[in-house]
Design a protein around this ligand. Sequence first.
Ligand code: PLP
Length: 371
Amino acid sequence: MSETMKARAASLAHLRRSKLGVGDPIPVPLTMASIYHAPGDATGFNQYGRFSNANWSATEEMLGHLEGAPCVAFPSGMGAISAAFFALLKTGDRILVASDGYHTTRILADRFLGAFGVKTDVRPTASFLDGGFQGYRLVFIESPSNPTLDICNIAAVADAVHKAGGLLIVDNTTMTPFGQRPLDLGADIVVAADTKAPNGHSDVLFGHVASRDPDIVAAVTEWRQNAGGIPGPFEAWLVHRGLETLELRFDRMCSTAEIIAPRLNAHPAVSGLRFPGLEGDPSHNLARVQMDRFGFLISFDLGSEERAEAFINGCELMHAATSFGGVHTVAERRLRRGDAVTPGFVRLSVGCEPAEELWTAMKASLDRLDG
Ligand SMILES: *Cc1c(COP(=O)(O)O)cnc(C)c1O
């Protein structure tokens, strides 16, 4: 971890310190309120639950501390992505989206932005620089892409997009700020699903937009206030709690993935394994430069739907579930979500279980495929 991120990790749990009076609770209290005592001039304090909430602010402060940029919280990752799109785009704009990223982003762009006259083009993450960026108001990438784990050079894309007069959004869900900080690489906006590793306990949906451009932050904040897609205070409170252990969990998950990926890759039942941390992976050389960690997602092929299902359901330390980044190891056959992958393609999210025990359980399930 860089010195900067070590310092941010250390102070993360102490952000409230300077605001505490004697006798105040050290953990952030839950503020469930739609209305506030608001006499006189209606400025300078909480007015209404759609405008502000103490739990949103506390969670945004933590996220902002990690991103090194102001953050605006949303009730889901898609809520954050929608806010960035709808607050910044207008009829006649063109956008460019990765063809192999999170599929819902493309559905949102095609179906809903399309209806307002915003045109969407797509391009694969691995060759994202090819073709240039002329004419695009917004360019949206995910690196590593979910679920095939290709990456692209974020700094080079940011530079080329800026020269063409556009803005670059990076969906950093797969990495979190402890794995990669796209704003430091030149991106204008980071969006992320805190549903995943930042909350980490698979019990909440949440998201955020981060940007160092005050106009962008103002635009998405205004969108939230007026469109009404606001986070629940309790959900914000849970994400606040989750963030206190993000560094610890992320470190464990990434370290375990580094142990397990080469062993999976060497197993005869596994083919086409992708993990940016694996020497020889097409993403590896760039990942070493651009990312602080290699992440906790591994994808591979088990040859058929039946074998993939048997592996997932037969592993006693793995849940069959969509989503990723939680304390439990989970895996999913991504064809069932409509990704452009083979029937036996598995996306594995390594959890917080001890590495050797987890590997023993995975190996037993793999060995049983041919038993
Ligand atoms: C899960 C996910 C989202 C959407 O997040 P939700 O909280 O489910 O709305 C967006 N982008 C990526 C890369 C994701 O994995």
